[in-house]
Design a binder for this molecule. Structure first.
Ligand SMILES: [Zn+2]
Length: 399
């Protein structure tokens, strides 16, 4: 015991000595800052209000790849614990041919994804072609398709045509609408050159028709908030915005993130009888309070988790509580079809694992944690909620 006390005292004394000395006594390059100031670029705070530059050239953020020395339990989850519906599928060409569907089957079987919902905006002849290939394949009960809406020339006469096409697509076998692309709000224009707003009144008859048909509308609005912010060294997505400059939405050319979210929420509020599914957790997984408020205020709104696992997995306790509280409103979806990425979702949802990597470093330079959902919540997120709101999915075989 005495030995430990002695050690503790010496280390406190050592720390005090360093802090008490003027920075110049430590290293002539040290820089003193005022409380609340940030260290200048190229330096870091080594003691309170003392900044220092590294003595060797700093690597770029691309090359700094520290290997974690943390040794802790690992539970890889190659297959979902319960059969899943991927509500945000982009199988693209795979559902147009027997070979493609066979390839899809092999991949989904290995993951325990029992059904994929194609959210590739198919309509008319393309939709029929996909539906024919699906019907003729062993995947006939395992793939369903959402119908797309053509947003060109929105104005007088547009809605009648769009409603007619939607009716035809649903009669042919589509089970809902989507994925309404982010271009709605960001890029689509009306014939007079003005921006087509998400809550444009000319679109209303289509959402009313969806309510009448009893089908859900799957909608992607905006993009991560950081894409709308300046690309500077405080932007969490600096690397992504630099790798993919087309993802930037400069404020002089695009509406703001908040403006788009407001238009989306207007749309949801104005059509309480229409079921909407906001993709990517509405890009609000980094602010679960806001997303919770949206769900509280709009019982017709559901959400889906595609491509935001990095935000769920960095707040395991808040995310766990959110998923438990809104267990009837959240659905699994993956977005881009990369079979090797699904197991990261299973691991976050099903385990208590700690401090593991996300699958794309440019999305998340931080680590993920499992949120350890109970079985009844997992079942709802994996398939029950999707079945509940999507009446045209075949019922047989689900528990
Ligand atoms: Zn998508």
């Amino acid at each position: 015991m005495r030995h430990f006390v002695f050690l503790a005292i010496t280390s406190i004394a050592a720390a005090t000595t360093v802090c008490a000395q003027p920075p110049g006594a430590q290293n002539s390059g040290d820089i003193r800052i005022e409380a609340g100031q940030e260290c200048p670029a190229g330096t870091t705070e080594i003691r309170p209000r003392i900044c220092r530059a590294p003595q060797t050239p700093a690597p770029s953020i691309l090359d700094y790849r520290p290997r974690s020395t943390l040794v802790t339990a690992e539970h890889l989850v190659p297959k979902a614990k319960f059969p899943a519906i991927d509500y945000h599928g982009h199988p693209q060409d795979l559902i147009f041919s027997a070979e493609g569907l066979a390839q899809l089957k092999t991949a989904l079987d290995a993951l325990n994804v029992r059904m994929m919902i194609s959210a590739d905006d198919l309509s008319g002849a393309q939709l029929l072609k996909a539906l024919d290939a699906i019907k003729a394949s062993p995947m006939k009960d395992r793939v369903r398709v959402l119908a797309g809406i053509d947003f060109s020339n929105v104005g007088p006469g547009w809605a009648e045509k769009a409603v007619k096409q939607l009716d035809a697509d649903i009669a042919a076998g589509a089970v809902g609408v989507g994925e309404l692309p982010k271009f709605l709000g960001l890029r689509y224009k009306k014939p007079d050159g003005s921006r087509l707003r998400i809550d444009d009144r000319d679109l209303d008859p289509v959402w009313d028709e969806a309510a009448k048909l009893g089908i859900p509308v799957f909608i992607h609005t905006a993009d991560p908030e950081q894409f709308f912010e300046p690309i500077d060294l405080s932007n969490e997505r600096w690397l992504e915005l630099s790798l993919f400059p087309g993802r930037r939405y400069p404020q002089d050319q695009f509406p703001s993130f908040d403006e788009l979210i407001k238009e989306r929420d207007n749309l949801f509020k104005r059509h309480p009888k229409t079921t909407f599914v906001t993709a990517h957790m509405g890009w609000q997984a980094n602010d679960l309070g806001k997303l919770g408020k949206l769900l509280d205020e709009n019982p017709n709104v559901y959400t889906e988790v595609g491509a935001v696992l990095y935000d769920i997995g960095r707040q395991p306790r808040a995310a766990h509580d959110f998923f438990v509280k809104y267990q009837d409103r959240i659905m699994f979806g993956k977005d881009s079809f990369q079979p090797e990425e699904y197991p990261y979702y299973w691991r976050v949802f099903e385990t208590r694992d700690e401090y593991f990597d996300y699958y794309r470093h440019y999305h998340a330079f931080w680590k993920l944690y499992g949120i350890d959902l109970p079985d009844n919540v997992l079942k709802k997120v994996y398939y029950q909620n999707a079945l509940n709101i999507t009446k045209r999915i075949p019922r047989a075989g689900w528990q």
